[in-house]
Design a protein. Structure first.
Length: 430
């Protein structure tokens, strides 16, 4: 397809989407593709107001198409209105028909509004339900999330305080991917169950099953707990509210309880979303000590908030992660309906992790052999080893790495670990 033709089709996509959306009251913001929705998003009403008008600026911003006037001047089906600088179709039916004859399935399959319209056309073979299922929902848009944070906080200072305790991300801004993680069958199954619980929330409510949706990830450092929790945001297309418990100690404690409550309130506001509490062992540590009255109060507020939030009622999937299972007392444990173990990977998993990390590199290595040699290594250790091998090769201006590079990196890693143990007299394992 020529570049010119592609641009024309993109202009038509926008014109048709606007027209169909304006005409069909039963279509919602969730039906608009994010690129279009984000342009028309109004932060005051926190939504998209009808009618959508296709201005020159809208086409430029949404599709990045330049020289629009020239393209439309050559197309008799599009009218340019000098007043308001906007475009419309000369005749909707005719425009829609012309678009269909071009068979732009790549556009229709990424746009629920178009799929809704063209589903009637058997020759198109497109399912509105399927296309909508694939479309990022409105609740996950960065713009909406930011508007909700602003609404919850009276001023900038309040928002800053809140954001000290929690990082909030739209799934589109999360870097971790589930596909990059090698997980056990049990871990995959639990993730799938959490997804289903979110999907069938109403059903679970109807049958009275409320004790679902609080997951505790437990395992030694570097086994993928944080990455998994974050990757789920992307995987499920849900906003991520990540609480940094270590921040509780580092700013004015009197305000902390209030801010914890606000984080949970925000999570409910952003629903459906994931609320991820990392470094959960912090709870156990403070509960065990006698001093720090204010700190203890903050932790108790946190535990109470955890009790009160629910996936079934509020659409909040709660995930906590900790290194030290043995530190957590029963009071903390019982709040989770599922404890999911993250162990050090076995040889087969180590091999898969190595394959995954090396995937995009020019590498000639014997991964099974390396997996054998790296007994006890975590996913994080393996990533480190590969990084070292890459850097060693780059020192010689080589981008290709081989088995020797990796073997050397393993040796360096072993040396570093043993130095560290000698210097700090650290135990061999936690
Ligand atoms: N099973 C795995 N598959 C692929 N990569 C992994 C795996 N486990 C860990 N990694 C990689 O190791 C790095 C560190 O992982 P992560 O931070 O998730 O560990 P963690 O369990 O949260 O550790 P900590 O307890 O220290 O916080 C990440 O880059 C992650 O991608
Ligand atoms: Mg972590």
């Amino acid at each position: 397809m020529s570049a010119e033709k592609r641009k024309t089709l993109e202009i038509f996509e926008l014109l048709l989407t606007a027209e169909i959306y304006n005409r069909s009251e039963n279509l919602t913001e969730d039906d608009l593709p994010p690129k279009i929705r984000k342009y028309y998003f109004d932060p005051v009403i926190k939504g998209v107001e009808r009618p959508l008008r296709v201005t020159l600026k809208a086409v430029e911003k949404i599709s990045g198409v330049e020289r629009i006037r020239q393209i439309i001047e050559e197309n008799p089906l599009v009218v340019f209105h000098e007043i308001g600088f906007h475009l419309t179709l000369m005749d909707f039916e005719e425009g829609a028909q012309w678009f269909a004859t071009q068979r732009p399935l790549y556009l229709i399959k990424g746009n629920p509004v178009l799929a809704y319209f063209y589903e009637k056309d058997d020759s198109m073979n497109v399912s509105y339900a399927e296309v909508r299922e694939q479309n990022q929902p409105f609740s996950a848009d960065r713009e909406l999330i930011e508007a909700k944070i602003r609404k919850l906080c009276a001023d900038k200072k309040e928002a800053e305080d809140l954001l000290k305790l929690a990082t909030i991300k739209a799934p589109e801004d999360v870097r971790d991917r589930l596909d990059d993680l090698i997980l056990t069958a049990e871990q995959r199954e639990e993730i799938a169950k959490a997804g289903k619980a979110l999907e069938y929330r109403q059903y679970l409510k109807d049958v009275g099953l409320y004790e679902i949706g609080k997951l505790l990830l437990v395992g030694p450092p570097g086994t993928g707990k944080t990455s998994t929790a974050r990757a789920l945001s992307r995987w499920f297309g849900l906003p991520l509210v990540e609480v940094k418990l270590s921040m509780i100690t580092s700013h004015y404690l009197g305000e902390t309880s209030k801010n914890i409550d606000k984080v949970f309130l925000l999570a409910k506001e952003l629903s459906p979303c994931i609320l991820f509490i990392d470094e959960f062992d912090f709870v156990a540590k403070t509960r065990g000590s006698d001093d720090h009255g204010a700190l203890k109060r903050a932790v108790n507020t946190l535990l109470k908030a955890i009790d009160e939030v629910s996936l079934v009622e509020h659409g909040v999937l709660l995930i906590a992660a900790t290194n030290y299972a043995q530190l957590l007392d029963y009071a903390a444990w019982r709040r989770f309906d599922k404890v999911l173990g993250f162990s050090r990977p076995d040889a087969e998993m180590r091999c898969k992790i190595l394959d995954k990390v090396l995937d995009r590199m020019d590498a000639e290595v014997d991964a099974p052999k390396l997996a054998e040699l790296t007994e006890g290594y975590t996913g994080s250790d393996l990533r480190l080893v590969v990084r070292e091998a890459v850097l060693n090769a780059l020192l010689q201006d080589r981008k290709k790495i081989d088995q020797d590079d990796l073997l050397r990196a393993v040796e360096q890693f072993e040396r570093r670990i043993s130095d560290h143990r000698q210097n700090y007299n650290a135990p061999a394992d936690q």
